[in-house]
Unconditional design. Structure first.
Length: 263
């Protein structure tokens, strides 16, 4: 049997010690024979720094001590058999599922980046949808067409009441408190029938006929109109990216559901 030279043995052991595949993970503490890895401590430190804390020896000591206490409590809970209780098992499974779900979302977003060309196309589409004008309007929402016609008749009389006064009884309680004001908004933010009627009004004009939507019947007054200032692409790019990534992830999940065998 061949003998390995002493220096070769030492070199082999040294190689194993520095190779991540063979080296033991560095331990920050041993608690009743259970190792708390330095990597876990470092991860907790990183999380603390992300929340605005300062990296100091005291912080690291506190985190290490807390993790030791956590480990002791976990060990004691297992001694008591708490990890076998049905509700604990269920909660553990749910926590694992949540971690895996979040890991899937992160991995999908990283492996399926949204290109600038796609983001630019989405930006252009939204700009077209928004149009080039925005309107400052008021409305009064009522249950029936007859009520809306009665309001229009009052507003068209020789001594009309204030629109804001009538709007106080609007079904839309949010705008009713402000005289029916809807503030500045692009037509695309309204239902089609409302947006179409609004675009056909002149400044200070009230709709001559009631406008119906799924919410009821509207009487609309246009207070003002101005050019719409759309934020530049670079300013809204992060929001667009998040929105399209969410849509892509939802589609991936829907595709998994469609391909799954569910009994």
């Amino acid at each position: 049997m061949l003998k390995t030279p002493r220096f070769a043995v030492i070199a082999l052991l040294s190689a194993l010690a520095i190779n991540p595949a063979f080296a033991e993970e560095k331990s920050a503490a041993m608690v009743n024979g259970v190792s708390i890895s330095q990597a876990r401590v470092d991860a907790r430190v990183k999380a603390a720094l992300a929340q605005g804390q300062t990296d100091t020896p005291e912080l690291r000591k506190m985190i290490r001590e807390n993790m030791i206490k956590f480990e002791l409590v976990i060990q004691e809970a297992k001694k008591l058999g708490l990890d076998q209780k049905p509700e604990v098992v269920q909660q553990t499974e749910m926590a694992t599922q949540q971690v895996l779900l979040e890991a899937f979302v992160r991995d999908y977003a990283e492996s399926h980046p949204i290109g600038d060309d796609v983001l630019q196309a989405e930006y252009d589409k939204l700009k077209t949808k928004l149009g080039d004008k925005e309107y400052n309007a008021r409305h009064i929402l009522v249950e029936t067409e007859a009520e809306a016609k009665d309001i229009i008749a009052k507003l068209s009389s020789k001594k009309p009441p204030k629109f804001e006064t009538l709007a106080a009884k609007s079904k839309d309680t949010g705008s009713a408190e402000n005289g029916g004001s809807l503030g500045w908004s692009a037509p695309s933010n309204f239902v089609p029938s409302f947006a179409e009627a609004l675009a056909g009004l002149k400044k200070g004009e009230v709709t001559k006929t009631p406008i119906q939507s799924q919410f009821g019947w509207h009487v609309i007054r246009l207070d003002d109109v101005r050019d719409l200032k759309v934020p530049p692409f670079d300013e809204v790019k992060p929001q667009l990216q998040q929105r399209l990534q969410q849509k892509a992830i939802q589609k991936a999940i829907d595709d998994l559901r469609a391909a799954a065998k569910v009994e």
